[in-house]
Ligand binder design. Structure first.
Ligand code: CU
Length: 288
């Protein structure tokens, strides 16, 4: 009877392990499929890179951080396994009185420090790369408000407009819940764009995962980031700093279009938002 119980416990463990293995393989296989610049149901891996910065970030994660994390995790797992096996109550009834080992203690201090130093070198290089805008061709100013974004194009005659979420009950077919907006930020693809970010009320954060751009929008401060969107397409992001009750309802939608299409959009947008500009000027005047 005891033997049977032990056997069925072993089988249950084996079945659980098999389940985990299948789930793991499933995750690894499914993860690269369906990569787009928006969140996907059951997404595990990160969104694919759309800018050089994001490519560098992914490379750091995939080729430096993940291998190191994997080796450390397997090493610690092996140590745990060995300790559990060798020093189990049955195999090792009388505990040893060993308490210190200078060599091991030096090693487990020095080796992690060395690993951190090795990680720091590419990490700092990348931070400087992200920080410096290489010869910007145009500038976009982003302002965070409770709870929407507004965009300005200082190089294009100060074109400015607000970008509000489309409420759930007004979504048209194909529009994304919590992600689509009335007026997306439209920019030319293949162009180095300086992004200046500020706020008018509380902290917000302009975050687009596939661009590797995440910058605080702070009142009275002008933060800077940059992006060069390699391909035309639609990209989504969200406010990434808890900013109040509607924090989840101020999404970011960026449309990267060809340079010609951008000029066309610009001409239309200047007409469309001319009225709005006038309203904004009136509001500022009234406020003063
Ligand atoms: Cu916010």
């Amino acid at each position: 009877m005891v033997r049977f119980e032990r056997l069925s416990a072993k089988m249950a463990t084996a079945r659980a392990l098999l389940g985990y293995a299948v789930a793991f393989i499933g995750i690894v296989m499914v993860a690269p499929i369906g990569r787009t610049a928006e969140p996907q149901p059951w997404q595990i891996a990160m969104q694919p890179a759309a800018t050089p910065v994001r490519e560098e970030l992914s490379a750091l994660h995939d080729h430096i951080l993940m291998p190191i994390i994997t080796v450390i995790t397997l090493f610690v797992l092996a140590l745990l396994g060995i300790a559990m096996y060798r020093f189990s109550h049955r195999r090792h009834p009388v505990p040893t009185r060993t308490s210190h080992n200078t060599v091991i203690e030096m090693l487990w201090t020095v080796v992690p420090v060395l690993i951190l130093v090795i990680i720091a070198i590419p990490s700092f290089k990348l931070m400087y790369y992200m920080d410096r805008v290489p010869n910007p061709e145009m500038t976009i100013k982003v302002t965070g408000h409770q709870w929407y974004w507004s965009y300005e194009y200082p190089d294009q005659g100060g074109l400015a407009f607000d970008s509000n979420i489309i409420p759930e009950n007004e979504l048209k077919p194909g529009q994304k819940r919590l992600l689509d907006v009335d007026n997306p930020l439209v920019v030319p693809a293949g162009t180095v764009i300086r992004v200046q970010i500020t706020g008018t009320d509380v902290f917000h954060s302009w975050f687009i995962p596939s661009f590797g751009v995440q910058e605080y929008a702070v009142v009275g401060r002008l933060n800077e980031s940059w992006m060069k969107i390699e391909h035309e397409g639609t990209y989504y992001g969200q406010c990434n700093q808890i900013c109040g009750v509607n924090h989840a309802f101020m999404p970011i939608k960026v449309e990267a279009v060809s340079k010609e299409a951008f000029q066309q959009w610009l001409a239309d947008a200047k007409k469309k938002f001319a009225m709005h500009d006038h309203d904004a000027a009136m509001r500022v005047a009234a406020g003063n």
